[in-house]
Design a protein around this ligand. Sequence first.
Ligand code: ATP
Ligand code: MG
Length: 590
Amino acid sequence: MIRDVAASPLARLVTRYAWRHRWSYLAGGAFLWLTNWLTVSIPIEIGRAVDGLRAAEPIGRFVAAIAAMGLAVIVVRSLSRILIFNPGRDVEYELRRDLFAHLLRLQPSFYALRKRGDIVSRASNDITWVRTLVGYGGLQVVNVTLAVGLTVWKMVELSPRLTWMVVLPVLVGMAVVQWAIGRLFRLSRENQEQLGEISEHVLGSLQGIATIQGFVAERAFVERFEARNLAWFATGMKLAVIRAAALPLLVLAGGVSMYVLIAIGGRQVLEGGLSVGELAAFTALLMVFLPPLRSLGWMLSVIQRGRAALERVFELMDAPVERPEGRGGIVPTAGRGPAIELRGLDFAYPDEPDRPVLSSVTASIDAGSVVGLFGRTGAGKSTLLRVIARLYNPPPGAVLIDGVDLADLDLDAWRARLAVAPQRPFLFSDSIEANVGLDPEVSPARVAEAIRQAALEPDLSALPDGVATVVGERGIMLSGGQRQRVALARALVRRGDVLILDDVLSAVDHATEARLVETVASLAGRPGAPTIFIASHRLSALRHCDTILVLDRGRLVDRGRHRELVDRPGIYRDTWQIQSQRSARAAAAS
Ligand SMILES: Nc1ncnc2c1ncn2[C@@H]1O[C@H](COP(=O)(O)OP(=O)(O)OP(=O)(O)O)[C@@H](O)[C@H]1O
Ligand SMILES: [Mg+2]
């Protein structure tokens, strides 16, 4: 897990987020004080009115005061809520904004080891709980403290002895409730983690809905969901039971207090130690005293849930971004394709550190050259390209860009020079135009040019709205080849110094392939041209490369131009023989 939060999460929340709203909190607190002061003053006036009635004095004055105070309470109470709840919304907004920005900086290696559902749940549910904590929770803490403090103070003014007797049962009740708090915290955290698993399951199932339905696997997925849902339900019930047990306990304690008040206070009135009005005031004060205590159970659970949520949110925020250049990275010179040197590059994915995917790959790549990558499926072509794009960090000294260790380069500056069309491109549920020019600064003319270069134009005429066609969730409306070419156009728009084409030429017909090869040729060869990588199984697409690297199970087994490689025995020549025979047969058949 991503534990290990340095300062207490609550202290960090206050200093980093809540502190700037201190004036609002302070004003809200003042209004809360006023609310409570008015609330405890009303019983005193009631007491005076009762004694006034007994002495047959006019009581209009008291009634007017009680009514005025009652009205004032309504106004002041609303003001205090607004002043304290609104910063809660602000904190929620700021926290969510910071968290999202941080999530976007974390590298794929971080996400490889984590469940998306859990992350989604932290970014949505948990942040909402934090808002409840700083808004409602904060308000209640101040409110309960003030209400209890002020009523007890007023009670003491009336009769200190009676106050102790009345407050004692409540104190006992609270001591018991205190025990429940620790359990609430642990259960809340568990409950929130289970909710994360539920989100993960729903997300995963929706993404794979076609597979689930195609394989009639609905029942299996429902059953797996059921198990998670039940687990969540069970901890939810435990939470409810603890909360439910704590509440009646406090109500019971309140009942005992009332009994003590009437039994002992009543006798004092009969013996003349207390006036009837004073007893009435005391009773009214007790009625004011008890409701905040009742909300204590709910308040404690809000606080515990909020604390658990806060811990989970900060865990994500504290996940380190693997960017060594944060300590001062070297900014590469942009504007021309770099020379790239691989020096005994070993690589294994972080989730399987013992399984090498690339083993001592050594190669020098000239600046501005077109490099083909060939190898059977699983040979490590995509992995090599991911390492060059630094989606994963290479070991120090293994990849040099114009003589500088890739690990020392400023990551953002390096990425700004890259244009990548990945093997499994991700399209957003937006128009083709927006998917190609991800950056809104990119001009429509440049988008149109990239679409033409990516040989996407013929496909556009078949789509309902041309470039404005919305491609559906993850590009579901497009064919595999179209999706790849949208990704290719997205890469071409960037005019990067390093162009990475991972298998984009695989799902296209021969005419389209020829056009794309032409596009690549038009980019290459000029001074300042980008360094281009093309990974492909189709050798016809690699024929014109300046050099081809042949990978086999993570090792570089051969390299050379197409002509040289077909002259030597090896997997390249074997593949060439199969593919050229096949295309000769296809030509003969047509
Ligand atoms: N994200 C990942 N996490 C762990 N292992 C991975 C990951 N991606 C790929 N691998 C493993 O790395 C090895 C090389 O995969 P890679 O995708 O680089 O092959 P490839 O040469 O691009 O294959 P293809 O021609 O099918 O695209 C495979 O054995 C694969 O199982
Ligand atoms: Mg691949």
